[in-house]
Design a binder for this molecule. Structure first.
Ligand SMILES: Cc1ncc(C[n+]2csc(CCOP(=O)(O)OP(=O)(O)O)c2C)c(N)n1
Ligand code: SF4
Ligand SMILES: [Mg+2]
Length: 317
């Protein structure tokens, strides 16, 4: 054939995503806010795991931390206050092929979103939940949250919060069918990275509470464990969150904890003397909502579409 070359070959070089492929708008968090560190950890994980940006979704509620989806060059859903989890479960139930992260705050998750939180942990959809706990309502200018320590000052309790805070880890460990519960501190990048990686690798809902610095409203809350790392108790186990010995050097206060031991996990979580970090609990055998519902009513997608179209046809004019 004239003018057409038929013996050429195209070599398709697979595109390797770089860090900037996951970075979007310039974050508008305060300087020194722990949210920056977690954003970097998630972007790094996405790059290392080569998560396809078009197959990754970050869902959030409302709060400072919930601005997260704007800063990821992936799909995102900045939802309503307390409603990140039902949105994320909805995304996952319709599109099980997507990687779904949920970013929520201590107000968003543990106050207004409490009911959704408990049931999401029980449903055990394949989600990675990052609870950014700065123990305050940051976005709305410093009101007491469910995790605000007794005696801590806030705009709603200027003389100090008088009520006992809830412990998100103990609560999560009490939910039926919970499958992954971990805790980390935003100011130790190797531990944040290792924890978020382990959470991502878990099939089911991984719940990670991150002690998150808010230099604007709760500057003093994490000042002590930052100054004195011996106040941080690291759970170690070959099946837990593992880091190389160099990164572990700073942590002298360690406890060996088998993440299949739920009772011991609860005891460590309840110890008020330390900030425990690492993997509390993992249950690979927990029932996963997506796995059971993907089967639907035993009908193929084509059959479902046919039924759907038939019902819509009833409204045709
Ligand atoms: C239904 C509803 N109630 C209340 C608010 C006001 N509100 C917005 S963010 C927020 C608290 C945010 O605190 P948190 O979830 O801890 O996030 P942070 O800002 O600390 O990251 C509140 C009360 C709202 N937007 N919608
Ligand atoms: S108010 Fe606190 S949580 Fe919000 S951006 Fe500033 S430092 Fe971060
Ligand atoms: Mg908060």
């Amino acid at each position: 054939m004239h003018g057409l070359k038929t013996d050429w070959d195209t070599e398709i070089v697979p595109y390797v995503c770089q860090l900037q492929d996951y970075c979007s708008a310039m974050p508008r968090w305060c300087p020194g806010c722990g949210d920056h560190a977690v954003l970097s950890a998630v972007q790094r994980l996405a790059r290392d795991e080569q998560l396809p940006p078009e197959k990754t979704v970050v869902v959030s509620g409302i709060g400072c931390a919930s601005r997260f989806p704007h800063y990821m060059k992936t799909y995102g859903f900045h939802g309503l206050h307390g409603r990140a989890l039902p949105l994320a479960c909805g995304v996952k139930s319709r599109r099980p092929d997507l990687k779904v992260f949920v970013v929520t705050g201590d107000g968003d998750c543990c106050a207004i979103g409490m009911g959704h939180w408990m049931h999401a942990l029980r449903y055990n959809f394949d989600l990675t939940i990052l609870l950014m706990d700065n123990s305050i309502y940051g976005l709305t200018k410093g009101q007491t949250s469910p995790t605000t320590a007794r005696g801590a000052h806030s705009s709603t309790h200027p003389k100090g919060s008088f009520f006992v805070p809830l412990n998100p880890i103990s609560m999560a460990l009490g939910v039926a069918n919970v499958s992954f519960v971990a805790q980390t501190v935003d100011w130790n990048p190797p531990h944040v990275n290792a924890t978020i990686r382990a959470a991502h690798q878990h099939r089911g809902t991984s719940f990670v509470r991150i002690f998150q610095r808010c230099p604007h409203y709760t500057k003093s809350v994490f000042a002590e464990p930052q100054k004195d790392p011996s106040l941080i108790r690291v759970m170690t186990h070959p099946d837990g969150i593992t880091m190389d010995e160099n990164a572990m050097r700073i942590f002298t206060n360690r406890v060996e904890h088998d993440p299949t031991d739920l009772n011991e996990a609860r005891e460590i979580a309840e110890d008020q003397n330390f900030f425990p970090i690492g993997l509390f609990y993992r249950n690979e055998a927990a029932q996963v909502y997506d796995t059971d519902t993907i089967v639907g009513l035993g009908k193929s997608p084509a059959e479902k579409l046919k039924v759907l179209e038939a019902s819509l046809d009833r409204f045709s004019v």
